[in-house]
Design a protein around this ligand. Structure first.
Ligand SMILES: [Zn+2]
Length: 133
């Protein structure tokens, strides 16, 4: 279970408690509105399709959903502990090393990012030369 799924589970639980009349009548509407707001935030801060990146935090997709500040704040409001946070799924893709000013392309998102210098020589093609930096 990842951070997004954990928060969704907490909102599901709160909504179930509303349905079961577990809140005093004076608090029910407030809790319902809070759940609705949480669902809106969850809908905005979701994974870019097929990836572990938050598709709302920045256009370059450089923030893992697990590190999304909005979701971490939301999780805090739902009482997440460091132990629970540490137990949640984290992305297994390697960290991005983007050059300044470079945006991620669709190929970067969909395919593993291996620098050409680390690709076996037979796969690089005969004309490949290391880029001078
Ligand atoms: Zn986000």
């Amino acid at each position: 279970m990842d951070l997004h799924a954990w928060i969704t589970q907490q909102v599901d639980h709160a909504e179930r408690l509303i349905d079961e009349n577990e809140f005093p009548p004076s608090q029910t509407e407030g809790v319902r509105l809070r759940c609705e707001a949480d669902r809106r935030i969850l809908a905005r801060h979701k994974a870019w399709p097929g990836s572990d990146w938050c598709d709302h935090c920045d256009a370059d997709l450089t923030t893992y959903l697990a590190d999304c500040p909005e979701l971490l704040d939301l999780a805090h409001a739902h009482g997440i502990t460091p132990e629970i946070l540490a137990s949640l799924d984290r992305p297994t893709t390697p960290e991005q090393k983007l050059r300044p000013g470079r945006r991620l392309g669709l190929a970067d998102i969909l395919a593993p990012r291996t620098p050409m210098g680390e690709v076996p020589g037979a796969l690089r093609g005969p004309n490949w030369k290391p880029r001078s930096t």
